[in-house]
Design a protein around this ligand. Structure first.
Ligand SMILES: Nc1ncnc2c1ncn2[C@@H]1O[C@H](COP(=O)(O)OP(=O)(O)OP(=O)(O)O)[C@@H](O)[C@H]1O
Length: 344
């Protein structure tokens, strides 16, 4: 049940224009900053928003000409949208009932689905008697009980606290692995995307800016948003051999040779700071001014302005030793072997 879609939607001041594919059994995450168009894309797939242009084809069948109820798509919304007056069982039985499955059989199937998501003991409860994690699992069971051809999840874990989120994410991963159809999930949490999806589609301002598996995207980000997401300093420049010249003339030396337009990236942990120009120094050394300091795990994240805006991670001890504070002038350096260049 493979998905092939081109979604074009124009609404005041914003245009979504993306192509999206998903193979049977594949989990594709739409990831992007607020307002990028992720929810708009999901609502279009579900049939809740009409396409301006484009088409949606699932397993060779045109979906965008069908009304939402005939698309056989299971949707889990961010706030689950369970029917508050129905028990967990009747919420899940709703799908089969809509497809005219007799009541007893619909309830039987609902019980099976609730058992599968670990809620056999909660079938009679109303949504308000369920915890956030349980409600999420009822919503998932309800979507799966439709026997959908495709599953759509909108920020499926956003409503949960951190602890519940961890457990629920692991369980959700298992259920998605067992689902034979294509799954598209929307999130702005990189961890959800990395843990749940086989492939990431990064959307910014209504366009796809990068797509690939987690390893490729984290190794070779192509926009500032993605670079920040994976915690890398990222620049664009022109390579001639191992020298990359940035638009303002700054030169970075890399260990690998390239020609033409490239991205260059290095992690904040690779940036070393010195009180004065280091001698016998690594190839890339520049004067910088500390702009902000924030906590980053066990380290301090130092944002540097100057010739090459960059982030550096240092230990608290080093920060004290260097007297780091906003406005302090330092020398920064990064070894050529830590700088990766790849084709733009
Ligand atoms: N009902 C609406 N009418 C007009 N424009 C809208 C409507 N809903 C959203 N938009 C606009 O469409 C754009 C994309 O919104 P969308 O909700 O799809 O983004 P998103 O990537 O899901 O963001 P978030 O992570 O904040 O949910 C935004 O610029 C938003 O202002």
């Amino acid at each position: 049940m493979s998905l092939e879609a081109r979604l074009v939607i124009k609404r005041d001041g914003f245009t979504l224009d993306i192509e999206l594919t998903a193979e049977p059994g594949e989990v594709v995450a739409l990831l992007g900053p607020n307002g990028a168009g992720k929810t708009t894309a999901l609502r279009a797939l579900a049939g809740l928003l009409p396409l301006g242009e484009g088409s949606i084809t699932l397993d060779g069948v045109r979906l965008d000409t069908l009304p939402p109820e005939q698309r056989r798509i299971g949707v889990v919304f961010q706030d689950y949208l369970l029917f508050p007056h129905l028990s967990a069982l009747d919420n899940v039985a709703f799908g089969p009932r809509c497809r005219r499955v007799p009541r007893a059989e619909a309830r039987q199937r609902a019980t099976e689905w609730l058992t599968r998501v670990g809620l056999a003991d909660h079938v009679r409860k109303k949504p308000r008697q369920l915890s956030g994690g349980q409600a999420q699992r009822v919503a998932l069971a309800r979507a799966l009980a439709f026997e959908p051809r495709m599953l759509l999840l909108d920020e499926p874990l956003a409503a949960l606290d951190a602890r519940t989120r961890l457990d629920t994410r692991a369980q959700l991963r298992g259920h998605l692995a067992a689902f034979p159809g294509a799954t598209v999930l929307v999130t702005h949490d990189p961890l959800d995307a990395l843990m749940l999806a086989d492939r990431l589609v990064i959307i910014e301002d209504g366009r796809v800016v990068q797509t690939g598996d987690a390893a490729t995207i984290t190794a070779e980000p192509r926009t500032d948003y993605v670079a920040r997401l994976v915690g890398l300093n990222l620049y664009r420049g022109r390579a001639e051999g191992s020298t990359v010249t940035l638009p303002d003339g700054f030169e970075l030396i890399t260990a690998t040779e390239q020609q033409g337009d490239v991205f260059v990236a290095f992690p904040p942990s690779a940036v070393a700071l010195y009180p004065s120009r280091p001698d016998g120094s690594p190839r890339n050394t520049w004067p910088a001014t500390v702009t902000t300091i924030s906590r980053h795990g066990d380290a301090l994240r130092i944002e540097l302005g100057g010739g090459l805006p960059a982030a550096a991670d240092v230990t608290p001890a080093a920060a004290v030793h260097l007297g780091l504070e906003p406005g302090r002038e330092v020398w920064a350096s990064v070894k050529a072997t830590e700088v990766r260049a790849y084709r733009a």
